[in-house]
Write a new protein. Structure first.
Length: 264
């Protein structure tokens, strides 16, 4: 299926690693030009070099999405390089540990960081890039959230992810009549280049082996294994395309399925 992405401009935040980098790879392979946004200049430069092999125009924009001025400067750079962004994929957020923190250990500042980065950061980028989409009469906003929105495992993880879903629906209703759709995807545990390190940390926190952790996580997935970042990216690429016009404001789970639960 031709997704119709050739010649479009996509902005991907958190694009230097993980799901963000996988999304950038798929969009470039489908013919989109890209602005890759992240805070770390070194890893971002490596990402640009790798994604650039697909032959489209790829630029690096070093920006911290928790900073209003940095996001505004990012939008100006995108406008100067591409005219406007057609697609925004928000991925810039700290990964959730998936481990419940006891009430007495929850710290207000930790939640403030989560909201400032994942909720307000996503909102800043949408607010900065939506005007260009309005002018073109078309756009796609895809927010990468997480299955903690549906599972009570991490208090702050659930709060931030539910907030992203609520924000997405509000954006969808406001921008939909202007040709701009907004959707949210909920990955579960996803295999990325950081998985070995992350799983070792989680296993240590739970007092089990990595093998036991992996077996337990796979048992909680309908397909019997964890989904990869590339597989999440395939879904995001569809949602970022003209083919996805029938989906707006909805949350799409991309974790391989949760056994026994029905969402309707």
């Amino acid at each position: 299926m031709d997704l119709g992405l050739k010649g479009t401009c996509a902005v991907v935040t958190g694009a230097n690693r993980g799901i963000g980098l996988a999304v950038a790879e798929v969009l470039a392979a489908e013919g989109a030009d890209l602005a890759l946004v992240a805070r770390d200049q070194e890893t971002l430069a490596a990402a640009v070099e790798g994604v650039g092999r697909h032959g489209t125009k790829v630029i690096a924009v070093v920006a911290d999405t928790t900073d209003d001025a940095a996001v505004a400067a990012m939008a100006e750079r995108v406008s100067a390089e591409f005219g406007a962004a057609d697609i925004l994929v928000n991925c810039a957020a700290p990964a959730s540990s998936g481990v419940r923190t006891p009430l007495d250990d929850l710290r207000d500042d930790d939640l403030r960081t989560e909201i400032e980065t994942k909720v307000l950061g996503y909102l800043r980028c949408a607010r900065a890039l939506a005007p260009g989409m309005r002018e073109r009469g078309w756009g796609r906003i895809v927010n990468v959230s997480g299955l903690n929105a549906r599972i009570a495992a991490s208090t702050f993880g659930s709060i931030r992810n539910v907030a992203v879903a609520a924000m997405t629906k509000n954006l969808a209703d406001e921008l939909g009549p202007q040709g701009i759709t907004a959707t949210v995807v909920h990955p579960g545990y996803t295999v990325t280049e950081r998985t070995p390190e992350k799983f070792a940390e989680i296993a240590a926190m739970r007092g089990i082996s990595v093998a036991e952790l992996e077996k337990g996580l796979a048992a909680g997935v309908s397909i019997g294994r964890l989904v990869t970042a590339a597989e999440v990216a395939d879904v995001v690429a569809f949602l970022a395309s003209p083919r996805s016009v029938a989906i707006n404001g909805d949350a799409i789970a991309v974790g391989g399925g949760v056994p026994g639960q029905i969402y309707y």
